[in-house]
Design a binder for this molecule. Structure first.
Ligand SMILES: Cc1cc2nc3c(=O)[nH]c(=O)nc-3n(C[C@H](O)[C@H](O)[C@H](O)COP(=O)(O)OP(=O)(O)OC[C@H]3O[C@@H](n4cnc5c(N)ncnc54)[C@H](O)[C@@H]3O)c2cc1C
Length: 381
């Protein structure tokens, strides 16, 4: 069996599906292959929900990309007739002297992103669910919210397939030699293409160990859904927003689809192998979440755990994505390093990388492989 196309995209997470979608828009033939299926439970994109927010401190590029991406997500959902964006609003909680929050306000204003700066008193009045201990002010983004992650990946894939992308559940390993023009899949199919894009999240390390094992750092991240009290709607949209405080270890989302409020650990956990990681949370991880609830949402301090997940971040040294050509193999591209904030940017990533591949735009140096250091010094939140 053999199959030829202009491009093969390996990996059906949010990066891969949007890259395939953009290449297909230009009428190229595209084959998308995922080892476990698009939006699978081992993938970083396979969780139920992901935050899409605009503020990134002084980092205007990510603010622009998030705004561009939200437009593209909404256009796609409207066109295919699904409703996978939940407009919860985004509340940034900030301590006195929070430089990043103040920089966010400047960038949001410059970029024309609707937002409000609100005082501690206003937060307490509008969102009494939160205990504000160190909080002195907040930023509220009314148009931000939550993407239903796993289902949104499938929606992009379905749209891409409708437009002609060929999709397979199969696995691909890069060949040992640099001289190649085709791949054998795990099922024995020969795939050949003009170029191959590896959008393999935390698997990139395993596929390109010599190149990436010291530059990408996949980490274990625990996620909890806590039950809200019977008969109470104050933990649901529109009464509760998505929220984040840069000084906290965790952040959260309101109760969406009646599954309970969601808390996610944002401190980088231990290294993971995405194929074999045990996805049950530990007692220590639960204790950390419980301590956070006691402090930030005291009414839920004894709330029962309804569901848990273990996911992985695939961190670069500072949080900037890796979107670049392989340094030795001219027809291979690498797309990864989502670093705990990449989901929302799927459309902008697809747009950017397709233009790189088609040589339609200059590269952004911060996404290059050469810029990826072998240390961990997170700078993007
Ligand atoms: C707990 C948690 C919370 C997060 N919160 C947010 C958030 O709120 N907002 C946000 O924007 N981002 C968030 N992120 C980050 C975001 O989820 C990731 O950056 C993004 O999903 C990465 O997508 P990806 O396509 O690069 O990787 P993945 O989604 O992991 O996809 C990679 C795919 O490649 C496939 N694959 C691997 N190897 C092969 C092979 N050899 N052959 C074929 N297929 C292969 C896998 O099966 C997988 O489907 C969070 C991440 C985690 C873990």
């Amino acid at each position: 069996m053999s199959h030829t196309s202009d491009f093969v995209v390996v990996g059906g997470g949010v990066f891969g599906v949007w890259i395939a979608w953009f290449l297909r828009q230009r009428k190229y033939t595209v084959t998308l292959v995922d080892a476990y299926g698009a939006g699978n439970s081992r993938s970083s994109s396979g969780d139920e929900s992901r935050v899409i927010r605009m503020a990134y401190g002084a980092d205007a590029l990510y603010t622009r990309w998030a705004a561009h991406s939200l437009r593209l997500w909404q256009e796609l959902f409207a066109r295919v007739g699904v409703s996978l964006f939940v407009n919860t609003g985004m509340l940034w909680l900030a301590a006195d002297g929070d430089v990043s929050a103040k920089q966010s306000v400047g960038v949001l204003s410059e970029e024309g992103v609707e937002h409000e700066v609100i005082s501690e008193r206003q937060i307490a009045e509008r969102f009494p669910q939160f205990s504000l201990d160190d909080v002195k002010f907040g930023i509220f983004e009314p148009n931000s919210g939550i993407l239903m992650a796993r289902r949104s990946v499938v929606a992009v894939l379905d749209d891409a397939v409708r437009q002609g992308v060929q999709y397979r559940i199969d696995a691909i390993s890069p060949p040992a030699s640099r001289a190649f023009s085709e791949f054998k899949t795990a099922h024995g199919e020969t795939l050949s293409a003009g170029a191959y894009i590896f959008a393999c999240g935390a698997w990139l390390n395993k596929l390109f160990p010599e190149l990436l094992s010291t530059r990408l750092f996949p980490t274990r991240q625990a996620v909890f859904y806590f039950g809200t009290p019977a008969g109470h709607a104050e933990f649901q949209v529109p009464r509760m927003p998505t929220w984040l405080h840069r000084c906290d270890d965790m952040y959260g989302m309101p109760d969406i689809e009646n599954r309970g409020i969601k808390l996610a650990n944002d401190l980088h956990g231990p290294p993971v192998d995405p194929d074999s990681e045990n996805r049950l949370v530990s007692q220590a991880e639960e204790l950390q979440a419980r301590n956070y609830l006691r402090r930030r949402l005291p009414a839920l301090k004894d709330a029962p755990v309804l569901e848990t997940r273990i996911c992985q971040y695939e961190n670069t040294w500072n949080g900037d994505f890796l979107l670049d050509r392989h340094p030795e193999w001219n027809n291979v591209w690498l797309a990864g390093g989502g670093s705990g904030h990449g989901y929302k940017h799927g459309p902008a990533i697809g747009d950017y990388l397709s233009k790189q591949i088609l040589q339609e735009a200059p590269p952004e140096p911060r996404f290059s492989l050469a810029s990826k250091k072998e240390i961990q010094q997170r700078a993007i939140f």
